[in-house]
Ligand binder design. Sequence first.
Ligand SMILES: Cc1cc2nc3c(=O)[nH]c(=O)nc-3n(C[C@H](O)[C@H](O)[C@H](O)COP(=O)(O)OP(=O)(O)OC[C@H]3O[C@@H](n4cnc5c(N)ncnc54)[C@H](O)[C@@H]3O)c2cc1C
Length: 349
Amino acid sequence: MDPTTDTDMTVPAHSRYVIIGAGIHGLSTGWHLATELRRRGLGGGEDILILDKTGVGAGASGIACGVIRNNYFQPAMRELMAHSVSVWESDPEAFAYSPVGYMQIAPEEMHHDVAKIFAEQQAIGYPSALIEGERDCRAYLLDMFGDWQARGISVILHEEKGGYANNVRSLKGLAAKAAAEGVRIMPNVRVAGLDTSGGAVTAVDTDRGQVRCDQLVIAAGPWIRDLWAMLDLPAQIPVARPGSPATEPEELQGSRPMWTYWALQEGTLAVDPGEFTDNQVRRSCTSIPARRSTTTSPATSSPTGCGGSTTSPTSTSAGSRAGPRPTSSIARPARWRWTRTARPAPSTR
Ligand SMILES: Cc1cc2nc3c(=O)[nH]c(=O)nc-3n(C[C@H](O)[C@H](O)[C@H](O)COP(=O)(O)OP(=O)(O)OC[C@H]3O[C@@H](n4cnc5c(N)ncnc54)[C@H](O)[C@@H]3O)c2cc1C
């Protein structure tokens, strides 16, 4: 059965594991949990039920730009992102993943931060090159894109791994992997309440009836505020003022809403895939950001966007075949080499 079109109107009375949300986190958790239960002889996918009020990829995961990179500024993310990228690489076809690499092309203001990310990547053996100095950067870019125009670039971080994925096809591939493990994915089931006992959730109340559960995973993405409220968790969070002692009484600290939604408004560009190729006419690893603006707005049932991290499916197994086979590896001029302390070979500085 297509896991995205399970139209059975009856929810089971009990499932050991219930996951709310069929985005990348819910599906990945379901798939990975299923394989892990089976590996340990503790059960399998048939113990897992994923519920979604709409369907697979209905939330942020279905509208994400699909950029796969290890380029977030928090050092703690570095190894996690490297692992995530390796999962994308484990089945590019099922995940509709194009491993063309990733380039951060930045002005001097960002030099320090970009160099720091590079150093962290090198420390864990994540292959990347750092090009510094305006002349070297320009030479590097012109080597790759003969018609490169932009000036004022003084640092480039070129990640050999990463690339982009077709978000909806990725999610369908991931759902198929979970379903192949026996995980049941039910669309059109809205969770409206949670029953608790002794501080633990014992059942989820849905518009199609109640499901008792032993463990609950909430992967509701931008709708977390609603689930948070169902758990009777506080709507406000105290925030300490900069420089204030940690012991400052709560009433002197600021109180902020626990959840604030930043709606990232993005446009869509229709681009001929052949337009942005490198000098060897291979698909490029740069992306053209659409004009964007941000606003804060309360969560609605249809978020227009949210920032996020590189998320990934998890684990491997045979699954559906969706999306094209990647046709190119990272596009880089032959005279630049990947080394642990990569620098441009010619001394042009
Ligand atoms: C415009 C945009 C661009 C982005 N670009 C990138 C990118 O290039 N690279 C990257 O790594 N990340 C990107 N992100 C971030 C990334 O998309 C998210 O971090 C990720 O998709 C979140 O996945 P999730 O599974 O947690 O949530 P979601 O995908 O939002 O899934 C949550 C699911 O929960 C369901 N749900 C909610 N409430 C209920 C309920 N009460 N009952 C039942 N079901 C419910 C929803 O229907 C939804 O399907 C982008 C995000 C946006 C919005």
